[in-house]
Design a protein around this ligand. Structure first.
Ligand SMILES: C[S@@+](CC[C@H](N)C(=O)[O-])C[C@H]1O[C@@H](n2cnc3c(N)ncnc32)[C@H](O)[C@@H]1O
Length: 230
């Protein structure tokens, strides 16, 4: 069964990132059933927002089928999501009928400056090798002063990340092959914590939390956009 699954994934992944996520949209929730980071990310976010929750407008970058969004709906009055894949968005719309979900590219967000009090993203950053800075700069632009940005380094979808997890199963090799042989854009080399923190700071964020040194823990990067000085 794992072989069959790997073969099928290899087949659909001959497409690019968007085509891949379109193809697996209906199976996505089952494929990532254990999604270990989502609950941790949601409670981490609640902790960081503290008394400012629920915020007025929150945006999830790369919302996929809404697996993470559904855990954070109580933290925002208006939940927005953007994703490249129409297939993923179709699933998300069925799951979250009240959310505002649009198709768009994270590197060119279809929102005005300072539109959101919180911007979040889970399991998406590795799709932007060498473009992390642009990812962070767009997040900063659409965030309101005083707002919070939470993103995870999400090792799951990168070859380097799989190596770090020291997996030795067939699943590891299947995923390695998938990433190497396909047209999915993903990190080959995971940037260090220091590089990611520096990139966030470059984009303008005050970094308030950063990944653990070994990168194996599920941790998150948190940045704030400072309020203008009086
Ligand atoms: C691994 S999934 C994560 C989905 C969701 N955040 C979750 O936690 O279940 C990555 C998502 O990022 C989206 N994505 C990749 N590149 C993107 C881009 N340039 N702009 C918008 N979404 C993108 C994919 O379509 C996919 O839905």
């Amino acid at each position: 069964m794992p072989l069959l699954k790997a073969a099928w994934l290899l087949f659909v992944a001959r497409r690019d990132t968007r085509g891949f996520y379109d193809s697996i949209a209906r199976q996505y929730d089952r494929l990532v059933a254990d999604q270990p980071g989502a609950a941790a990310a949601a409670s981490f976010l609640a902790e960081y927002l503290g008394p400012s929750a629920p915020v007025r407008r929150m945006l999830e970058l790369g919302c996929g089928t809404g697996l993470f969004s559904r855990l954070v709906t109580i933290l925002a009055r208006d939940l927005h999501g953007v994703d490249l894949s129409m297939g993923q968005l179709r699933e998300a719309r069925a799951r979250l009928p009240d959310a505002h979900l649009v198709q768009g590219d994270i590197l060119h967000l279809p929102y005005r400056d300072a539109s959101f009090e919180a911007v979040i993203s889970l399991e998406v950053l590795p799709h932007f090798p060498r473009q992390e800075h642009r990812f962070f700069a767009e997040s900063f632009r659409v965030l309101a002063p005083g707002g919070l940005f939470l993103v995870d380094p999400a090792w799951t979808f990168s070859v380097a990340g799989l190596r770090r997890r020291r997996a030795s199963s067939l699943g590891f090799f299947a995923r390695m092959a998938l990433l190497r042989l396909t047209n999915i854009t993903a990190w080959e080399r995971v940037p260090s914590s220091e590089e990611l923190v520096a990139s966030l700071a470059d984009a303008g964020f005050q970094v308030t939390a950063c990944p653990s040194a070994d990168g194996r823990q599920r941790t998150f990067l948190v940045g704030r956009k400072a309020l203008p000085a009086r």
